[in-house]
Design a protein around this ligand. Structure first.
Ligand code: MG
Length: 229
């Protein structure tokens, strides 16, 4: 076979994707992996807390809060900063409203992510996003980023009883796709997410940020997982 022939390359990939130990699905975290939204959540939460004289500094947000659902962050603020629990509902709804505004202003398609997901989809992989965000934010961000059409499944924090760092969200996605952990590659960017991913038993690719998530890196991680099997 001529190794430079794209059809032969495609056939060889297809053949290897049915080999024992092959990855059949890629499960992505959203924030920091497919969307560069860490600052949006941080800014939106501070805007919602400002009327009550509370503010989280950026380092504390990155070190402690990043990747957790808003309701978990509010629980932590009630314990550490005496935020009255009666305000959780209001602060949460204001935070979601500010996040929605930021997504509509700032979330746009990124070519490298659209390309990566299109290539994986064409190669036969199942694709899912599992996020600690609420369903409305998850759907809005995937739609604004032009990625929703590539996805077989979206799992939000409203679909599980325990958010990450618990692995429930990833286990739910695998059971809905009918796949075992060994057949899945999870892409995560921060500590809470990586803990959830590892606890699920799947293969894990840790991305430093959304810019690290390229088709080449994903292919390399898929090939590495097969060799490790
Ligand atoms: Mg993340």
């Amino acid at each position: 076979m001529n190794s430079t022939n794209p059809v032969h390359d495609r056939l060889r990939r297809l053949e290897s994707s049915f080999a024992p130990g092959a990855i059949r699905a890629v499960l992505f975290d959203m924030d920091g992996v497919l969307i560069d939204a860490r600052d949006w959540h941080y800014e939106a939460l501070n805007m919602a807390l400002a009327p009550f004289g509370l503010e989280i500094d950026r380092d504390a947000h990155l070190a402690t809060f990043d990747g957790l659902p808003t309701r978990t962050k509010l629980d932590m603020l009630s314990k550490s900063r005496a935020l009255p629990r009666g305000l959780h509902g209001f602060v949460n709804s204001m935070k979601q409203r500010h996040t929605g505004d930021m997504v509509r202003q700032r979330c746009h398609p990124v070519f490298q992510h659209q390309f990566a997901l299109a290539q994986l989809k064409a190669a036969g992989y199942k694709l899912a996003v599992c996020s600690n965000s609420v369903r409305q934010s998850l759907e809005l961000m995937m739609q604004r980023a032009g990625l929703d059409g590539f996805l077989d499944l979206m799992v939000s924090n409203e679909d599980v009883s325990k958010p990450k760092p618990d692995p429930e969200m990833y286990l739910l996605a695998m059971s809905k796709l009918g796949l075992s952990p060994a057949e899945c590659l999870i892409v995560e960017d921060n500590d809470h997410g990586v803990r959830a991913a590892r606890a699920s038993g799947a293969h894990v690719l840790v991305a430093g940020n959304a810019g690290d998530v390229t088709h080449d890196r994903l292919r390399a991680a898929i090939d590495e997982a097969r060799l490790a099997a």
